[in-house]
Design a protein around this ligand. Structure first.
Ligand code: KG4
Ligand code: ZN
Length: 334
């Protein structure tokens, strides 16, 4: 089964060709980082304009790299939500047009399920049931993937997404955008134990996360110590990153043990973070939990993961009508 995946939910325009839901034959990701960097965050209007400019060449290149034509496809999968409405609309419109003209089955994919399916594109895919921590720029949530296409929401952030916190702290420190990779790099020169940024205590028993308190403490620290030396910036980055990692690792393990799940998937843009990968791996091993983490290039937004989740749904007989529309606040589970 040859499936074309299309992703345009935020600031990456991506297309990929996947065979049998597992093998990536081509994957093209056009990043808009340079466009949004001067603003320190994604500007929705600029994002949709750029998607419109590059989506056709990106799809053409993915097909060319894979050595296939549109006629060879068995289906098309496109991100339907959640995301920026203007960005999602570009992908959905193109996917619907291609499906209509070439008479191909079309399926809409939840971006978060896409992130989870990135873990099936590895040598060591997870088996259901498993617990998935999806941690990205827009989302931080734990899902219990009971069976294919069936999810329970176990916990989620009560304020900022973890990636959003990385981006905001990078902005506070004047490091640039996107914040995650720059914080990770800067943190390598700092001491993670130098500043104790407090973790929110969630006392009602829920498996939720909270990052706004850490972000506020960083902001107060920066204001109180201006101007920061390069060494101080590195210490703030390292201590902030350590606090976020601790919050993510503790809550995830606690939820896994509570559910009695021995398999955990870590995915989403923030899952590209080296110290997070290492800390969760160490903690999982200690508790006899098997951990599955896609390689960093599959953790951040891409279309191979959309094609993977789409293949599962096409196989199950799902078809999107031509009236299918972008759903900016699409949920994966209640
Ligand atoms: O999944 P993704 O590519 O897009 C969304 O669906 O949001 O995630 C992007 C987020 C950004 O906030 C970015 O700063 C963060 O992932 N990120 C990282 C790293 N690489 C990307 N955060 C921490 N460490 C990284 N190495
Ligand atoms: Zn994403």
């Amino acid at each position: 089964m040859i499936v074309l995946g299309i992703e345009s939910s935020c600031d990456e325009t991506a297309a990929a060709v996947l065979t049998d839901g597992r093998r990536i034959v081509s994957s093209v990701v056009a990043s808009q980082d340079a466009i949004h960097a001067p603003y320190g965050g994604v500007v929705p209007e600029l994002a949709s304009r750029r998607h419109l400019e590059v989506i056709t060449p990106v799809i053409a290149q993915a097909l060319r790299d894979a050595g296939v034509t549109l006629a060879d496809l068995d289906g098309i999968a496109v991100t339907q939500g959640p995301g920026l409405v203007g960005s999602l609309l570009i992908g959905c419109s193109v996917a619907k047009s291609l499906a209509w003209v070439h008479k191909k089955p079309l399926v809409g994919v939840n971006h978060l399920e896409g992130h989870i399916y990135a873990s099936f594109l590895t040598e060591d895919p997870p088996e259901h049931p498993f617990l998935a921590l999806v941690v990205s720029g827009g989302h931080t949530a734990l899902y219990h993937a009971k069976r294919p296409r069936e999810y329970d929401l176990v916990g989620q952030t009560r304020d900022d997404a973890a990636g959003e916190a990385f981006d905001k702290v990078a902005k506070l420190l004047g490091l640039g955008f996107p914040g995650g990779p720059i914080i990770q790099k800067t943190a390598e020169r700092g001491d993670p134990r130098s500043i104790a940024f407090p973790l929110a205590h969630i006392t009602d028993g829920a498996h939720d996360f909270s990052f706004s308190g850490i972000k506020t403490s960083v902001s107060l620290y920066v204001k109180g110590h201006r101007p920061l030396s390069e060494a101080q910036v590195a210490d703030v980055a390292a201590s902030f990153q350590a606090a976020v990692v601790k919050m993510l690792v503790r809550r995830t393990l606690r939820a896994a043990l509570h559910l009695g799940t021995k398999r955990v998937v870590l995915t989403g843009g923030v899952a590209a973070n080296g110290p997070l990968r290492a800390a969760l791996a160490a903690e999982a091993e200690e508790h006899g939990v098997r951990l599955h983490i896609p390689p960093p290039r599959l953790c951040t937004d891409n279309a191979a993961m959309i094609a993977a989740a789409g293949t599962e749904r096409l196989r199950a007989g799902e078809r999107a009508p031509l009236g299918m529309n972008a759903i900016p606040d699409l949920t994966l589970a209640a």
